[in-house]
Design a protein around this ligand. Structure first.
Ligand code: FAD
Length: 405
């Protein structure tokens, strides 16, 4: 019997596989894709992710210390940092690089294999997969569900009902551009109320155009591409649109007897942008740590695996809650309110205090959200547009739970 089967060769599954294999346990990774890492994504990571899980030089398209925010009326505001805050990477080779290391450490990859069922018993986990019409079955001591957004396998492993109630739909295409030097973020109801769009230069005069929305797409992607085309931001669309879900709230429990969920499957992303590569890596790392301890002790009970959830909560819960407060506010704003807030946020003093201050991080948006609310001037403007706000960031304590007065 194998020690561990991991379903999903994304960043979360691959890093967990690497660490489990390095600890000397047998591990197999299943993915229905033939190309590891080739999942819809823009490939932006922040500086903390870059430092903790560094991409190789050839995996980096560009670093970015600045970005443009384009308001609903089309006014462009520049955010500028002294040092790079974000990196646009070749996501496929970055994610593959973790798998390559895992293979070197002894992990076995079974690609083009779709896992169709999991059965967890007191003694083992049995996993059935399918490839080219043929079924394959295997047993293991524990399973990690690293399947990304929305998988029925979660429910089979006793990890919630397998549905993400709160999610964004992300839609993206590749375009040809010229002379685009930094990412641009577009806001406003012409893109979709509560949505945001992006134009991110990658390499060879190409860029990614996309949007994320918690509502139905309703032609908003067409609006965005048309708008950007008429404004001369790109020349041609080079690939068909693709869309995929992004969970913005954790799907708990993320542990059960012989089973853990990680990354998007566990709903661990930044609710502000929907970025999930960093949290996937962090949760893959934490899941491996808990599982290695449990395997060494020969105890894979739910009680023994619970520390995984306690650890990711300690690390991420307050960030995710703050991010969702900010998202809730953003989604409620009318164009005129967004226009007003951006114009105030981008005044020299506020911008330097809130967006360009030392310690501001693209990976930890909670700091930006907190300093926006606490800012002596901007905080008042925020209260003006959000008077009926039920949860303020200050209500969220460091463990991410809401303090009820
Ligand atoms: C449009 C868009 C843009 C994004 N841009 C960014 C960004 O710039 N930065 C960022 O940090 N995040 C971004 N994200 C989010 C990011 O892509 C995810 O958070 C991240 O990939 C999650 O990693 P994961 O390992 O949890 O899962 P995934 O990367 O989704 O990997 C899951 C794997 O599981 C496999 N799988 C699923 N079910 C099965 C099954 N039954 N059997 C076998 N294999 C299975 C899939 O094939 C897949 O390879 C974006 C998302 C979208 C939709």
């Amino acid at each position: 019997m194998l020690d561990v089967i991991i379903i999903g060769a994304g960043p979360a599954g691959n890093l967990a596989a690497l660490n489990i294999a390095k600890a000397g346990f047998s591990v197999e990774v299943y993915d229905w894709r033939t190309k590891i890492g080739d999942k819809l994504c823009t490939g932006i990571i922040g500086h903390s992710c870059f430092k903790e899980f560094p991409p190789a030089e050839h995996e980096i398209y560009r670093s970015s210390s600045s970005a443009d925010i384009v308001s609903p009326s089309g006014k462009t505001y520049l955010i500028n940092h002294r040092n790079p805050q974000a990196y646009v990477i070749n996501r496929v080779s970055y994610v593959e690089s973790f798998a390559d290391k895992a293979v070197k450490a002894g992990a076995v990859y079974r690609l083009n294999q779709k896992v169709t069922s999991i059965d967890v018993s007191d003694q083992e986990v049995s996993v059935i997969s399918e490839s080219k019409g043929r079924n394959h079955s295997a047993t293991c001591k524990a399973v990690i569900i690293a399947t990304g957004f929305g998988s029925p396998l979660l429910k089979m492993a006793g990890l919630g009902n397998g549905e993400h109630k709160n999610f964004l739909t992300g839609c993206q295409t590749t375009v040809s551009t010229e002379g685009l030097s930094r990412p641009k973020v577009f806001l406003g109801s012409n893109i979709g109320r509560g949505s945001f769009g992006w134009l991110v230069p990658t390499q060879n005069n190409q860029a990614l155009v996309g949007l994320a929305t918690s509502r139905k797409l309703n032609g908003h992607m067409d609006n965005l591409t048309k708008l950007l085309k008429t404004q001369g931001y790109y020349k041609e669309i080079e690939s068909p649109e693709r869309k995929w879900g992004i969970p913005v709230k954790p799907s708990t429990p993320t542990y059960n007897q012989r089973a853990l969920s990680v990354g998007d499957a566990a709903g661990l992303t930044k609710p502000t942008t929907g970025g999930g590569i960093y949290y996937s890596l962090l949760s893959g790392q934490l899941a491996a740590k808990t599982l290695i301890k449990a395997l060494n002790q020969g105890d894979l009970s739910s009680k023994q695996l619970k520390p995984y959830e306690s650890e990711w909560k300690r690390l991420l819960n307050s960030e995710i809650k703050l991010g969702n407060v900010a998202r809730g506010i953003f989604e409620s704003l009318r164009d005129s309110q967004i226009e007003f807030l951006i114009s105030k946020l981008m005044t020299d003093d506020v911008r330097k205090d809130v967006l360009e201050a030392n310690g501001v991080s693209f990976d930890w948006h909670g700091r930006i959200i907190n300093s926006a609310f606490m800012h002596s001037v901007f905080g008042k403007y925020l209260s003006l547009v959000t008077p009926e706000l039920e949860q303020k960031p200050s209500d969220i304590n460091s463990t991410g739970s809401i303090e009820v007065a």
